[in-house]
Each structure stands twice: as structure tokens, then as C-alpha cells.
Ligand binder design. Structure first.
Ligand code: ADP
Length: 452
């Protein structure tokens, strides 16, 4: 079989860089790792076929340094770049520059990245293809008068959100009219500082939704399939901690119905490669909040239930291959759960960088660990604190929980504190076990744990 690409540069670090290397290796594609000076000893560098140092520790000067990454591709002769998640993965300018250099960007077109990167234009696009939205302002809200009018019309509580938002930043709740001005000002300031763009819009703040998202894959020949939903309701500060596929709250019929709307819509938009549509789900209704035009951290739970390698699919599609299967070929088997393990104190969430003296990953049937940790590795203080993803797969949800319990107990990370104990507490909780939770559940659970 001819190689899909001659060489893949992976513009990322940590577990996701390894994850992408694994797919490349199975496809027979040599890999180039890029790294900051702080990551010279990192696993993604050790396991790559070649590596290039692209700058000092600060992400701005290394993993976000587009000229240096493009030079690394030129020097090594890479003809494709996979951006992973975070860093440059949703940067439309980067995707454009990559393509301008005659290199294939493993992801959607820069036009689609740009469209979905602005949450206001994303909502407009989704409304246009019949996807239901969270009620809110019709586009940007330019001043306080407009904000007051919108809030009065949709009813409090409302959420002020940054058009350029991401990572849960630039989002503020106003419970009533007296809180609106402050929420508006804080959200705008945060948006300006974090994203250099202070455009904001308003949404109804839902009081007990679940976060349910749909994984989609589209080829360049007009075929679109979905790989079902993930339930990512367990969040702290709007950041996901534990994800499941499928959602304990959804019936197969609801999944099929939402999947049909989403795949037909994306096919109309001419979307290509992997994407995730995020929804809030409350009282049997779905409401779109945003679309991610990249691989997501939690993609493994989908891979486990569908038996598909999503990174391999991304690479095949980017090389122009057709999907080669239809929606009716996609099967959903059993249940999968992922725990995001971070180098953080399990109670205060203070970062805990430092040296890992012992590392022992769990194994056995239905257990997967995506991690770049090893004994002797020093977790640097400069980057995201995610150090391992523990994923389990079993025929039923109760069996998956039992498997997660035993896998967490086997997991040994000594030298730094991690969130393993928090995950152990979550999976023992009766409400979690009943699948009875919303996006607000985890904050309360953490706060209650701290009180005693
Ligand atoms: P980001 O891009 O920063 O992740 P999202 O729009 O995806 O922002 O929202 C992140 C999380 O914030 C959601 O998963 C949900 O928990 C919460 N959230 C977003 N919009 C609303 C809303 N209208 N009502 C209640 N919670 C919301």
C-alpha cells in the first residue's frame, strides 16, 4: 500500500502527540516531533522518528510559534501537519499558512475553522442548517442597552459569552438585572485579555442541562457519518473531567435523531474531517452551543464503543480517501468512560508539577491509558496539567464503572499529586452511578468534599 503521506509533523506535545504518532506508525508514516527546550526529554520526542526544537519553554514561543513549526516541516521534509488539540489546532491562519506551504493540514478547511471559531458565526451557520440553538441574542450584543433588552426578552438568568471564547473563559452569569452590567463588563474584559477580541453575545443560562456532544467525520467526497454522542457533563469551571460514551441520559432513538440532523447539516456546509458539535440537553431538548473543528481530548471513549481509530480516519480523509462505509455500518458496542488525570491537587486543584518517581499504568481487559508520563519524568510547570487519560470499556455501564474502580486502584503515580483520588470518589457516588447528574453536579460534589 502506498503511504498516505511521506512524513507527518505533529505540532503538539504530551499524550496527544503520542496518540497521533501511534496512528502514523500503524499507517507506516514516519513522524517528526517538535518540542520546546523544556520538553527535550519528553516521551513524544523520544518515540518520534525525528525531532526539532522549536523554541523556549513558553508556549507562545514554541508550540504556538508558527514560523518555527513551518521551518521544522520544511527542514525535515514533512508533507503533512497534525495539530492535535489546543495550541494551533483551531487557528485558521495557521491552517492557511500550512496549506500555502504545500503541506496538508490534518483537519477541516481554514474557512470552516474560522466560521466555527467565532461562536456567533457558528450559531448563525447552525441555525441556517436546522440545528436547534440555545435561546439568546441574535448575534453580537454591542452595548448595555441591547444587553438589557435581550436579557429581558429571554428571561434571567442569562450568560454573557465571548464570541472568541474557549477553555471556559470569557463567560459570566447574571442571575438578575442588577448583575447584568458587572457580568457584561467582566466578560468583555476577560475576552479582550484572553482572546484579543471583546465581542460578546448572550444566551439563556440553563439551570440543569447535560453537556452532550456528537462526534462527526466527513470525507472530501460528501460522505458524513457520526460516531454517536459523549456525555461530558462532569465539569469544573466549564472544563471537562470525566466523559462517557454513550450518555446515560440518551436513548438510541434520540441519538439517531440528533445524528441525522447533524450529519445532514454538515453535509450541506461541505464540512470535511473530524468535528464535534456540542449541545446542552435539558427536558428532552438539544440546544447547540459550539462546534470544535478538531480532535478532542475525550475522543477515546468514542473509539472504544465504535471500534474506530479517529486519528487514522482524519489522516485518511486528509489524504483524499473516501470514508468507505456508511452510517448503517457504524456500530455502538458497550460503554466507555474516561477519567482525565491531571497534575493537580485533588482538593484544591493547585498545579503540582515536579518529578514522577514511580509510574505504573493499569492494564488488563478493556483498559486503555493514553499518557506521556514515565518514571523519572519531570512534569514541567508551563503547560496544561493533563498527564494521563484512563479509559475503560465494558459491555454495560455498571461493568465499566467496576472496571474503572479497579483500574484507578492499580494506577500508581508517585512524586506528584494527581486527581486520581478525586476520580475514585466520583465513581463511588450514588448519583454518578445512577447517571443522575448535570453540568452543575461536579462543582457541588467538590465543594461538599471540601466541607468535611
Ligand atoms: P468553551 O468554548 O469555553 O468551552 P462552551 O460554549 O463550549 O465554552 O461552554 C462550556 C461549558 O459552559 C458548557 O459545557 C456548559 O457546561 C457551560 N455553558 C455554556 N453555555 C451555557 C448555557 N447557555 N447555560 C448553561 N451552561 C452553559
Amino acid at each position: 500500500m502506498p503511504r498516505l503521506f511521506q512524513k507527518m509533523l505533529i505540532a503538539n506535545r504530551g499524550e496527544i502527540a503520542l496518540r497521533i504518532q501511534r496512528a502514523c506508525r500503524e499507517l507506516g508514516i514516519p513522524t517528526v516531533a517538535v518540542h520546546s527546550t523544556a520538553d527535550a526529554q519528553a516521551m513524544h520526542v523520544r518515540l518520534a522518528d525525528e525531532s526539532v526544537c522549536i523554541g523556549p519553554p513558553s508556549a507562545r514561543d514554541s508550540y504556538l510559534n508558527m514560523p518555527n513549526i513551518l521551518s521544522a516541516a520544511a527542514v525535515t521534509g514533512a508533507d503533512a501537519i497534525h495539530p492535535g488539540y489546543g495550541f494551533l489546532s483551531e487557528n485558521a491562519n495557521f491552517a492557511e499558512m500550512v496549506e500555502a506551504h504545500g503541506i496538508t493540514f490534518i483537519g477541516p478547511s481554514s474557512a470552516h475553522i474560522r466560521m466555527m471559531g467565532d461562536k456567533i458565526s457558528a450559531k448563525t451557520a447552525m441555525a441556517g442548517i436546522g440545528v436547534p440553538l440555545v435561546p439568546g441574542s441574535d448575534g453580537e450584543v454591542v452595548d448595555m442597552d441591547a444587553a438589557r433588552a435581550v436579557a429581558a426578552q429571554i428571561g434571567y438568568p442569562v450568560l454573557i459569552k465571548a464570541a472568541a471564547g474557549g477553555g471556559g473563559r470569557g463567560m459570566k452569569v447574571a442571575l438578575g438585572p442588577d448583575e447584568l452590567e458587572e457580568a457584561w463588563t467582566v466578560a468583555r474584559t476577560e475576552a479582550r485579555t484572553a482572546f484579543g477580541n471583546d465581542a460578546v453575545y448572550i444566551e439563556k443560562y440553563l439551570d440543569r442541562p447535560r453537556h452532550i456532544e456528537m462526534q462527526v467525520m466527513a470525507d472530501a467526497h460528501g460522505h458524513v457519518v457520526h460516531f454517536g454522542e459523549r456525555d461530558c457533563s462532569l465539569q469544573r469551571r466549564h472544563q471537562k473531567l470525566l466523559e462517557e460514551a454513550g450518555s446515560p441520559a440518551l436513548t438510541p432513538d434520540e441519538r439517531d435523531a440528533l445524528g441525522a440532523v447533524v450529519t445532514q447539516g454538515l453535509s450541506k456546509l461541505g464540512y470535511r474531517n473530524a468535528g464535534t458539535l456540542e449541545f446542552l440537553y435539558q427536558d428532552g431538548q438539544f440546544a447547540f452551543i459550539e462546534m470544535n473543528t478538531r480532535l478532542q481530548v475525550e475522543h477515546p471513549v468514542t473509539e472504544m464503543v465504535c471500534g474506530v481509530d479517529l486519528v487514522r480516519e482524519q489522516i485518511r480523509i486528509a489524504a483524499g480517501e473516501p470514508l468507505g462505509y456508511a452510517q448503517s455500518d457504524v456500530r455502538f458496542e458497550g460503554h466507555a468512560i474516561e477519567c482525565r488525570i491531571t497534575a493537580e491537587d485533588p482538593e484544591t486543584f493547585a498545579p503540582t508539577p515536579g518529578k514522577v518517581s514511580v509510574f505504573h499504568a493499569p492494564g488488563g481487559l478493556g483498559v486503555r491509558v493514553d499518557s506521556a508520563l514515565y518514571a523519572g519524568y519531570v512534569v514541567p510547570p508551563y503547560y496544561d496539567s493533563l498527564v494521563a487519560k484512563l479509559i475503560v470499556h465494558a459491555p454495560t455501564r455498571p461493568e465499566a464503572i467496576a472496571r474503572m474502580r479497579r483500574a484507578l486502584a492499580e494506577f500508581a503515580v508517585v512524586g506528584i499529586r494527581t486527581t486520581i483520588p478525586l476520580h475514585q470518589r466520583i465513581i463511588e457516588d450514588a448519583e454518578f452511578q445512577a447517571g443522575d447528574y448535570t453540568i452543575h453536579w461536579l462543582e457541588r460534589f467538590v465543594a461538599a468534599g471540601r466541607d468535611h
